[in-house]
Design a protein around this ligand. Structure first.
Ligand code: PMP
Length: 360
């Protein structure tokens, strides 16, 4: 190895779900929303005054922060925006998990958490979910350098009650507790209502799922003024202009159309509920989900085989060959038409499995 290479920070990066170039792929692998963003987003982009781009954007993204603060009944000093919640969470790891003590998160959760911990050299201890993929609150009642819990969890889809999370937040006044609510709009209760009570609580949300804006990259954190102040100090020590002017304008338009958000969520939930029934009729078992995806194992056919068969036939879902979850597929909820194609393919596939085909 060359001498300089010894001094490189070596990390194993997060592997994002595939973004296929072929538009005919039925893409159920990265939990995007199948519907377009609110009409106001397109209008904001079409009407965007490009002469503004000669200037730097507002480093505080104040208008977007204010729109989000209004929507959540918070003060703008309690809101922080970033380039997707990945950016916000990475910043929060860097800002709040500095004690040298291990941070805690579930053994099955968003696979970026251990990557950020390794990147920032933060020790961590994974806490095993129970057999139903639920968190055991007692696991979080010990000394730690911080806690992060996705709620609903990914990739399981399982929702924890706010009352359980509140016990964890309350039991840890010496740590920052982050609740990652990327999927909360699809049926979960947010912990944002606890922010004024607990100075150590940071709640993150995203525009990538329920707001159909994964391609725009907006995420945000809500917390006490103190937490947000510390986050901003780190952000401004890193890059003042994380939010570009176009994104800020389009993001505001999305926040201003609450009715469209609720309509979109209702459509996804309606499709999810019927697909749950159909998957279960096909022999899949899964924990109940409060998200825009279903984390399902089949009674007889190994997940990896189903994954490969789907992939070969142009249907992409997500599969991880990892302990405890290697027999599960994470299937995002697409349009009704896309889900019909999925179900119809699976019916044929299992039909051939059960009638003496080689996979049965
Ligand atoms: N948290 C969880 C649990 C997620 O699944 C995702 C999406 N991959 C994110 C955060 C990040 O989403 P984004 O950066 O698009 O806001």
């Amino acid at each position: 190895m060359m001498s300089w290479e010894k001094n490189v920070r070596k990390v194993v990066p997060y592997v994002a779900g595939e973004q296929p170039k072929n538009p005919n792929i039925i893409k159920l692998n990265t939990n995007e929303c199948p519907y377009p963003p609110a009409p106001g987003v397109g209008a904001a982009l079409h009407g965007f005054d490009c002469s503004i781009l000669k200037r730097y954007p507002d480093p505080d993204a104040a208008l977007l922060v204010e729109a989000l603060a209004r929507r959540h009944g918070l003060s703008p000093k309690q809101v922080f925006v970033g380039v997707g919640s990945d950016d916000v969470l990475a910043m929060a790891f860097m800002t709040f998990f500095q004690s040298g003590k291990p941070i805690l998160f579930p053994d099955i959760t968003y696979s970026f958490y251990d990557v950020w911990a390794d990147l920032y050299q933060i020790p961590y201890e994974c806490q095993p979910l129970d057999e139903y993929f639920c968190i055991r609150k007692e696991d979080y009642f010990k000394e730690n350098g911080g806690i992060i819990i996705a709620n609903p969890n990914a990739p399981t889809g399982v929702l924890a009650q706010v009352s359980v999370l509140e016990e964890i937040i309350k039991a840890n006044p010496d740590s920052v507790v982050i609740i990652d609510e990327a999927y909360v709009d699809f049926g979960g209760e947010s912990c944002a209502g606890l922010i004024n009570q607990y100075e150590n609580l940071l709640v993150t949300q995203t525009f990538s799922k329920s707001r159909s804006l994964a391609g725009l990259r907006i995420g945000y954190a809500m917390g006490s003024e103190k937490l947000i102040h510390y986050l901003n100090d780190v952000k401004f020590s890193f890059n003042s202009y994380t939010m570009n002017a176009v994104t800020i304008a389009a993001g505001i338009a999305s926040v201003e159309d609450e009715a469209y958000l609720q309509d979109t969520v209702a459509k996804v939930v309606r499709t999810r509920e019927r697909v749950k029934k159909e998957l279960s009729d096909l022999g899949f078992i899964f924990p109940d989900t409060m998200t825009n995806f279903i984390f399902a194992a089949h009674e007889t056919v190994p997940a990896q085989e189903i994954f490969e068969a789907l992939r070969t036939n142009g249907i992409y879902v997500r599969y991880w060959n990892k302990p405890r979850i290697s027999n599960y597929l994470r299937i995002s909820i697409g349009t009704d038409e896309e889900m019909d194609k999925l179900i119809s393919f699976l019916k044929d596939y299992f039909g051939s499995c059960y009638t003496g085909g080689q996979k049965g």
